[in-house]
Design a protein around this ligand. Structure first.
Ligand code: SAH
Length: 363
């Protein structure tokens, strides 16, 4: 197998300056402006590498739309407001949200759609689905207005930093070149930084005391973005819904993974050609949201959340007008979204609202 252009580039960096951090490796593999995974393709759907909830069924986006409308109504319909999505993929979720909320009095007249997206090819797809959207490279430039925000499978794509516990303490995981590897045939391996973390209080207390050999993960950009969103909501009003696969409590473990054509592959094999992700630490996100001044709801499991919002009823309504084949598809989609053996338990939902507003539905 010939090396990808990005594999050569990374091998060059390592040859010149020594191993790079796993954080740097993940950021390059996903976001390198020319060769990064998200910069060069549409990774979604059956022909791509993975499928997400909004691509499985319109019911997902419709129910999220109702949640957003309900939280907007409970805050006395702030206007004008920003309806934002982080990492909108093909724009499917937002177009379902907009369709489902069309008849909410005053809502569409008050909102402006804003997308945070780095991928040029996905921005194109989003522009077809939601032509009126405004785009941003990061959350910093979102307008300073009440903010109603959703992020589905966005945080799992943000770089993580990994540490391994050794008898010297917690050492950062780096990526180096295997023995005998060349620029033309690079082979990457995990190596450990020689120096241990001088201060391990960036790790959760339970994780810090994990046994020798354990892996710990943190995602500083995920924390920073969540804190910023909570702060924005505290100052201007609004709400956020973060949906992703992950764990409710911080725990030791290696969740760094790569998906290609719906199969798990070696994350070091073809940088830029596979989707690299890590499970989301919802306890860390909750703490970041609290630090930003937000009120945190959940995390709850996606299956419970969607049932609480009425997915059974929505499926029944859709099936009333469906052919038998379509009805079977609706049932299959509902199972995929809510069943504990599918996405129902692994995926979690976290809500953030300002102080002093009534509890949002679903939690
Ligand atoms: N939310 C969509 C797509 C999930 S894939 C869905 O549920 O179908 C991840 C999305 O996040 C893609 O749109 C990707 O281009 C975007 N993305 C990944 N890293 C990003 C970053 N650092 N900044 C902004 N967008 C990013």
């Amino acid at each position: 197998m010939s090396a990808t252009p990005l594999a050569r580039l990374i091998a060059g960096l390592i040859t010149e300056a020594g191993p790079i951090s796993l954080t740097h490796y993940m950021a390059l593999a996903l976001g390198h402006p020319r060769y990064g995974y998200y910069m060069t393709r549409d990774p979604l759907g059956t022909a791509g590498d993975f499928t997400t909830a909004p691509e499985i069924s319109q019911m997902f986006g419709e129910l999220i739309g109702l949640w957003l409308a309900d939280t907007w109504l409970r805050q006395d319909r702030p206007a004008p407001f920003v309806l934002a999505e982080l990492g909108p993929g093909r724009g499917t979720l937002m177009s379902d949200i907009l369709r489902a909320t069309q008849s909410v009095p005053g809502m569409h007249q008050s909102l402006e759609v804003h997308f945070v997206e780095t991928s040029p090819s996905l921005r194109e797809a989003q522009a077809k689905a939601v032509p009126q959207a405004h785009w941003h490279p990061s959350i910093e430039s979102l307008p300073r207005r009440p903010l109603f925000l959703v992020a589905n499978e966005f945080f799992d794509a943000l770089p993580i930093t990994q540490y391994q516990r050794t008898d010297r303490g917690w050492c950062e995981v780096h990526v180096g070149l295997a023995e005998g590897a060349t620029m033309d045939e690079p082979a990457f391996i995990r190596v450990l930084a020689p120096m241990a973390l001088p201060n391990d209080d960036i790790l959760a207390p339970d994780v810090r005391n994990a046994p020798i050999g354990a892996i710990a993960e943190i995602s500083p950009p995920s924390r920073a973005i969540t804190e910023e969103i909570a702060h924005h909501i505290l100052e201007r009003g609004g709400a956020a819904l973060i949906i992703d696969y992950g764990h409710p409590k911080s725990a030791a473990g290696d969740t760094f993974q790569a998906l290609k054509a719906h199969e798990f592959v070696d994350p070091f094999a073809e940088p830029g050609e596979a989707d690299l992700t890590a499970h989301v630490d919802f306890e860390a996100l909750s703490q970041a949201a609290l630090a930003g001044g937000g009120v945190v709801h959940g995390p709850v499991e996606q299956g419970d959340f969607l049932k609480e919002l009425g997915i059974d009823l929505r499926a029944k309504t859709l099936k009333a007008k469906a052919t038998p084949e379509q009805a079977a598809e609706i049932d299959a989609a509902m199972t995929r979204l809510t069943d504990a053996n599918e996405m129902g338990s692994l995926f979690k939902v976290l809500g953030i609202t300002p102080r002093g507003v009534s509890l949002p539905v679903g939690f």
